[in-house]
Design a protein around this ligand. Structure first.
Ligand code: XBP
Ligand code: MG
Length: 265
């Protein structure tokens, strides 16, 4: 049987609740700074999250939602360049928010990462977001040296096809030089688990307000959050829901038990 060697984390929605009060707000700031009267409401943004990647999301908005609202927008000849520039502005606004400490890590994340690190597990990131967003979040919300906690940071356009394609998790595995059978993935969304499972990874999910109703078929566990000793999680679903025993928060002991349970004999 394989040993558990590495934990591979998604970022947005998993390490921190970044979408509603982070990315969405930064997109709106960039639109406004560019003189565009576009406003992504909390509700509309939930629909736009169907597409991962900020540049891809802007294009999706133009293709699918813009015309429904009867808005007029004369597309520039260089639409790719226009979107790329708008997105760079969005990234600057987002990083500015992070550098003010606007977005904390989710419950239990710091404790779990710290414990994994202390016990010598290898850590990696597999995310659709822009690499600078990852370092800004980790350095401000986790620790100034947090980037060094992660052996591999697979992010953004490093692979051509974003989640739900498996490419970003496959890339992280290649960089780690590990087989999926010796790792666990951590996700928060349907696109995320399609990607991690597509790469052959057993996956633990912690939902958020945007993803609670997603289909998490195949997840080992679906939790409301990772929990803390004084703030237990609620187990919502998962193939190992019966194996929870006395565990009330996600720690390395529970991860090892789940990993042993799901490992091929
Ligand atoms: C995250 C995303 C990202 C962010 C925006 O998905 O979809 O697009 O919303 O980041 P996941 P950028 O958590 O599944 O990786 O604007 O930097 O692309
Ligand atoms: Mg996510």
């Amino acid at each position: 049987m394989n040993n558990l060697n590495a934990l591979i984390f998604d970022v947005d929605g998993t390490l921190a609740d970044t979408e509603r009060d982070g990315h969405r707000v930064a997109f709106n700031s960039a639109f406004s700074a560019a003189g565009l009267d576009w406003e992504w409401s909390v509700e509309l943004y939930g629909k736009l999250l169907a597409v991962t990647g900020g540049k891809e999301r802007i294009r999706f908005y133009l293709d699918k939602f813009f015309e429904e609202k009867n808005k007029k927008f004369d597309r520039p000849a260089d639409l790719d360049g226009f979107i790329a520039e708008l997105h760079q502005s969005k990234t600057r606004f987002y990083i500015e928010m992070l550098s003010k400490g606007a977005i904390p890590l989710r419950l239990g994340v710091k404790r779990l990462l710290q414990e994994a690190r202390d016990q010598g597990l290898r850590l990696a990131i597999a995310t659709t977001t822009t690499p600078q967003n990852v370092s800004a979040l980790l350095e401000h919300a986790l620790a100034p040296d947090a980037m060094s906690w992660f052996e591999v940071v697979a992010a953004g356009d490093i692979v051509p096809a974003k989640k739900p394609a498996a490419d970003i998790f496959e890339y992280a595995l290649q960089q780690l030089k590990l087989e999926p059978e010796s790792c666990l993935a951590f996700e928060d969304s349907q696109n995320g688990i399609l990607s991690s499972r597509g790469a052959g990874l057993e996956t633990i999910v912690a939902v958020n307000d945007y993803t609670r109703e997603h289909d998490f078929s195949g997840a080992l566990l679906v939790l409301d959050h990772y929990g803390e000793p004084e703030l237990p999680f609620t187990v919502l679903d998962g193939t190992l829901v019966e194996n929870m025993g006395e565990h009330r928060y996600l720690d390395l002991a529970l991860l090892q038990e789940l990993f042993t349970e799901c490992a091929p004999a």
